[in-house]
Design a protein around this ligand. Structure first.
Ligand code: HEC
Ligand code: HEC
Length: 237
């Protein structure tokens, strides 16, 4: 028997197997997304262009996830998801009249699907590659040196009326938008800047108004949200 030929054949076989497993791992995230996530999340775009479609949307659009989220946050959240929109995707479907003001009807909200560490990591990587809107991100420059001071919070709560829709602490603030006290760890700062500057550039029919906020005020409010996210909200609840 020619051992050299047998050895070479074995090596070719082993290399082939290695190539197969690596490509299977790389493709995993995309497969999980299409098989387990696409029934609720839009992974291809474009964003809804009618109010009817926006009200029927089941989950946040993920087709520009790489422009929007911090990859490490996505990986961690998918293993231990916690509610971000206090009254779900469309608040009108999940509120009931309370004594003084509307309250969230928790019985109508469901828990998010949980992933293993390996799956969450593969999905987070596949999502990070989705960056069709990166020209909007590249147009922004975040300045971490702009101190929010007390003005950052005043602007958010009062001057621009942002708190009417966003919670700045668990249970404190409006119900129709995502909580912002975790936004700083969830979102890229450039995404926050761009979204506040012009929400409709991202999502043409979204009900967040464009308040034409001057750049320095946007920077202050973003840094206010970044600071909020550094607090340990789990310990306080
Ligand atoms: C039954 C519908 C449904 C399915 C299936 C689903 N999601 Fe979600 N997902 C939601 C909803 C609703 C939210 C908003 C949660 C909130 O605001 O508290 C959400 C939020 C998210 C977020 C956070 C984004 C943000 O801006 O709030 C990520 C990331 C995410 N989902 C990824 C996934 C992945 C990955 C899968 C598949 C493994 C998946 N989802 C399957 C409904 C779904
Ligand atoms: C009328 C309600 C409303 C007002 C007022 C409002 N927002 Fe929003 N905001 C929203 C909605 C709705 C979204 C996106 C919803 C989604 O992704 O499900 C949003 C998204 C955001 C996001 C991205 C959050 C995320 O997790 O995706 C930031 C940051 C934000 N708003 C900041 C502000 C600031 C700053 C102001 C004041 C200048 C403001 N908002 C005023 C409703 C509002």
């Amino acid at each position: 028997m020619n051992y050299r030929i047998v050895f070479l054949a074995f090596c070719t076989f082993a290399l082939g197997c290695m190539a197969l497993t690596t490509s299977a791992i790389a493709g995993d995230g995309a497969n999980i997304l299409s098989e387990r996530c696409a029934s609720c999340h839009d992974l291809t775009g474009p964003a809804p262009t009618t109010l009817e479609k926006i009200w029927q949307r089941k989950a946040p659009d993920l087709f520009y996830a790489g422009d929007k989220y911090e990859q490490a946050w996505v990986e961690a959240w998918l293993q231990n998801p916690k509610r971000i929109r206090p009254a779900g995707m469309f608040y009108m479907d999940h509120i009931k009249p309370g004594e003084k003001r509307d309250m969230v009807d928790d019985s109508t909200l469901t828990d998010h699907i949980k992933l293993s560490k390996a799956d969450a990591s593969a999905v987070a990587e596949a999502l990070a590659a989705k960056q069709p809107m990166n020209s909007l991100i590249d147009a922004e420059k975040h300045d971490p040196a702009v101190s929010p001071g007390p003005l950052g919070e005043m602007m958010f709560d009062k001057f621009f009326g942002c708190m009417a829709c966003h919670q700045i602490e668990p249970g404190y603030g409006g119900l129709s938008g995502p909580e912002v006290y975790t936004a700083g760890s969830r979102l890229k700062p450039e995404y926050m800047l761009s979204y506040i500057r012009n929400p409709q550039a991202w999502d043409p029919k979204i009900w967040m108004p464009n308040k034409h906020v001057p750049d320095v005020s946007i920077q202050k409010m973003v840094n206010y949200m970044v600071d909020l996210s550094k607090e340990d909200w789990n310990a306080k609840q």
